[in-house]
Design a protein around this ligand. Structure first.
Ligand SMILES: C[S@@+](CC[C@H](N)C(=O)[O-])C[C@H]1O[C@@H](n2cnc3c(N)ncnc32)[C@H](O)[C@@H]1O
Length: 416
């Protein structure tokens, strides 16, 4: 097969990144923006030893599951992957992807993967966005590139974020700015703008232009945060709890779906009031605080010092007494914490758990482990190691990242 050759292909499947899969003379080809059963004329853009990549030149047959992407940047921007699929198809794609990965990497039966928890909002759902700035453009990286797509409006961002983008473009300019991070609360009026800068900026102009819309404006120079306007935190609400969030602390990006995610953790925990819960990778203490009202005691562990400070403030803010936090790397401190949990909740970053931590979980031997994960591949790898000692009872995918190929999962494991 030659580069730039034009071929006709029928799409027979979708890969885990949302790309259509077909075959040309027995060789697999991956084609973005295609759906199962579509027949396309494709230009070959990559030729590798065992696969090809291509781009659609023409659609010869269109799936009834195809919709017109609402976003004008969709085909170019690397932010979203699935805006051409109707929402039911997106959900089916994510559920199928989780089933395939669990089966392939951990031998987990498809029946254990439950129906995905869908999102009510298909747009404007993100509470955090990072606009990149480069060569006079502000926006996101193009698909498979570090070049930027200059954008005026991002449909998965909250409306206020787009207003700020417009104000920055029209009134402030991009001089000295490398990145604009916006965190916007859904259940309070708080909004934080973090300007990541590499040279002095006109702070007066920034205050004048943005202080009506932002409760906090912060400049970031080489990982040091300095407040220009307001506080060095924002406060968001989840259910009846309030959470302080500092600039560098992790907070789930889809506020509405987070409540559904944490409710699933609560359901799996089946707390009676007697349990001791260990919340590993606890961030600002959100899951632990959520569960603390229904159990005896919680200990949260987190590596980010600012997040731990937030967690202690969140304990105070919500007047919760039966929770404590420790700052440190889980794998370094897990064997020295003097706490014997009945339930361990883990919510690690994309890389998942390391072998040492898995061994320690097995050694601690709690009755239940509840694993929250944003990466099904590392999740399956870890479940495969845990399953010798724990029965995998149920996996529930949650659609936290609508219009992208990403999918969150919550897993209930019980001691064998
Ligand atoms: C996916 S977030 C989950 C946070 C929290 N459970 C929540 O729902 O908001 C993962 C968290 O793990 C923390 N983290 C990453 N590596 C860690 C480690 N080795 N030990 C402890 N915490 C870690 C990150 O700082 C982040 O706050």
């Amino acid at each position: 097969m030659e580069l730039n050759e034009i071929k006709e292909v029928t799409i027979t499947g979708i890969d885990h990144y949302g790309r259509g899969i077909g075959k040309i003379d027995g060789c697999v080809i991956f084609i973005p923006n295609t759906l199962v059963d579509e027949k396309v004329k494709v230009k070959i853009t990559t030729v590798k030893k065992d696969y090809l990549e291509g781009e659609v030149i023409d659609f010869l047959n269109i799936s009834e599951k195809r919709i017109t992407p609402k976003c004008p940047y969709f085909y170019e921007c690397g932010g979203c992957d699935l805006m051409h699929m109707d929402y039911q198809e997106q959900l089916l794609f994510k559920e199928t992807k989780v089933k395939e990965i669990m089966q392939k990497f951990a031998g987990i039966d498809n029946n254990l993967v439950k129906e995905i928890i869908s999102s009510d909002d298909l747009f404007n759902y993100r509470n955090k966005i990072a606009f990149q700035v480069k060569k006079g453009k502000i926006g996101f990286c193009k698909k498979k590139s570090y070049d930027l797509v200059d954008i005026d409006n991002c449909l998965i961002s909250d409306e206020k974020m787009n207003k700020i983008l417009k104000l920055i473009k029209e009134k402030i300019g991009l001089y000295g700015i490398e990145q604009v991070i916006i965190r916007s609360c859904k259940n309070t009026d708080d909004l934080m703008i973090i300007l990541d800068i590499n040279r002095p900026i006109d702070e007066e102009k920034i205050i004048k232009t943005l202080s009506d819309i932002a409760s906090s404006i912060i400049k970031k120079i080489r990982n040091k945060y300095t407040v220009i306007v307001g506080n060095d935190y924002i406060i968001e609400k989840l259910g009846d709890l309030s959470f302080i969030i500092s600039p560098s602390s992790f907070f789930q990006v889809n506020t509405k779906q987070t409540v559904k995610l944490y409710n699933k953790v609560l359901e799996y925990a089946k707390l009676t009031g007697k349990e001791k819960v260990l919340d590993l990778y606890c961030g600002t203490g959100t899951i632990g605080l959520y569960l603390s009202r229904y159990c005896k005691e919680v200990l949260g562990v987190e590596i980010n010092k600012d997040a731990i400070k937030d967690a202690f403030k969140n304990k105070e803010l919500n007047n919760i007494k039966n929770i404590d936090f420790k700052c440190g790397d889980v794998s370094n401190i897990i064997d020295s914490i003097n706490f014997k949990p009945d339930i361990i909740v883990v919510d690690p970053p994309r890389s998942g758990l390391d072998q040492y931590t898995i061994n320690q979980l097995i050694k601690i031997n709690p009755e239940k482990i509840i694993y929250v994960s944003c990466d099904p591949i590392t999740l399956a790898r870890d479940l495969n190691l845990l399953k010798e000692h724990y029965e995998i009872k149920e996996i529930t995918p949650v659609d936290m990242f609508v219009n992208t190929y990403h999918v969150e999962n919550v897993v209930l494991l019980t001691r064998l």
